[in-house]
Design a protein around this ligand. Structure first.
Ligand SMILES: *[C@@H]1O[C@H](CO)[C@@H](O)[C@H](O)[C@H]1NC(C)=O
Ligand SMILES: *[C@@H]1O[C@H](CO)[C@@H](O)[C@H](O)[C@H]1NC(C)=O
Length: 300
């Protein structure tokens, strides 16, 4: 009986000692060879990829300058990017908001490597290398063409020109309103969406350049007359926050995709045919309005 107890005791002690030795060995293993294993498990930090989204129509000469310029500008900053020209091919007035919405939808469905976009005017060329096109700070959009830098627009709530936004934030805000046919104001409505979504606006600071030399505004107002016409009740409707239209109900058909190579820089052209519901936004064509009014005048 006593002998059996001794054997049992020795057995227990041996087991404990062996367990201790093994666990010590295991710790060694972790300290030496184990670290290699750990390194393999740390994911390699992937750079975010930017989609340059250019709402576009009939400005080929400006595009010829813009594409090579933005490409080398972003290469110098090591910003991974792809350039998308959203080309409006229907007969309606220019609709910047809907073009960006349509372009975004196409990017999401066919180019899912894009993490954030720049809504980018084709006639605004960044000159100062300190303008940072990397992924925006968390909870913010990055308004590159800030009021204190833009050649022309200096009001505090201005968010037009060049705006960087993450894919997630753009979706959360339901994109831009689709009601803005003709030139202007869609960016001011977008400002209201940003405010409501509590998304902050980051703007470049500490630049040594100002309104005259931060950008080149490649726009000749004499040649490129802006479509400022307002018809039907457009003026009234487009002054308000639009809670009905946006990314989720932009109505368009993708007619064609082209790959465009300019000076060795490739871009993707999406030909977009926008649809207009004339009950909702009769001002997508003002020419019909003036014809109608002329007729009325003749009757009188
Ligand atoms: C500008 O520079 C100051 C001082 O170096 C720094 O504290 C501040 O964060 C900078 N601002 C921006 C927007 O980079
Ligand atoms: C246009 O909008 C009106 C009002 O919302 C709606 O009743 C109608 O069905 C729409 N028409 C088309 C073709 O979608």
């Amino acid at each position: 009986m006593l002998f059996k107890a001794k054997v049992l005791l020795i057995g227990i002690i041996l087991t404990l000692v062996i367990t201790l030795l093994l666990s010590l060995l295991y710790v060694r293993e972790l300290e030496n060879g184990g670290s290699v294993q750990l390194k393999e498990q740390v994911p390699i930090l992937k750079s975010n990829k930017l989609g340059i989204v250019i709402p576009f129509r009939e400005r080929f000469d400006e595009l010829l300058e813009f594409i090579p310029h933005i490409h080398s500008f972003l290469e110098n900053q090591n910003v991974l990017h792809e350039i998308f020209v959203i080309n409006q091919v229907d007969q309606y007035r220019f609709n910047r908001g809907s073009l960006i919405n349509a372009g975004f939808k196409e990017i999401i469905s066919s180019y899912n490597t894009i993490d954030y976009i720049a809504m980018h005017d084709v006639d605004l060329l960044p000159l100062n290398p300190a303008l940072d096109y990397h992924y925006p700070p968390s909870g913010h959009v990055n308004h590159i063409s800030a009021p204190h830098l833009h050649p022309r627009y200096h009001y505090a709530s201005f968010v037009g020109g060049i705006l960087l936004i993450t894919k997630e934030d753009f979706m959360q805000m339901n994109g831009l309103s689709n009601n803005y046919w003709g030139w202007g104001l869609e960016d001011d409505e977008f400002y209201l969406r940003l405010k409501e979504a509590k998304i902050g606006i980051h703007r470049p600071g500490n630049l040594t350049t100002g309104t005259l030399n931060t950008f080149r505004h490649n726009h000749d107002r004499a040649i490129r007359k802006r479509d400022m016409t307002k018809c039907y009740n457009q003026r009234e409707v487009t002054r308000k926050r639009d809670r009905h239209t946006g990314l989720h109900n932009v109505n368009y058909v993708l007619k064609k995709k082209h790959e465009l190579l300019i000076d060795g820089v490739s871009s993707i052209v999406l030909n977009i045919n926008l649809k207009c519901n004339k009950t909702l936004t009769p001002w997508c064509l003002c020419s019909e309005y003036s014809v109608k009014n002329t007729k009325n005048l003749k009757k009188e």
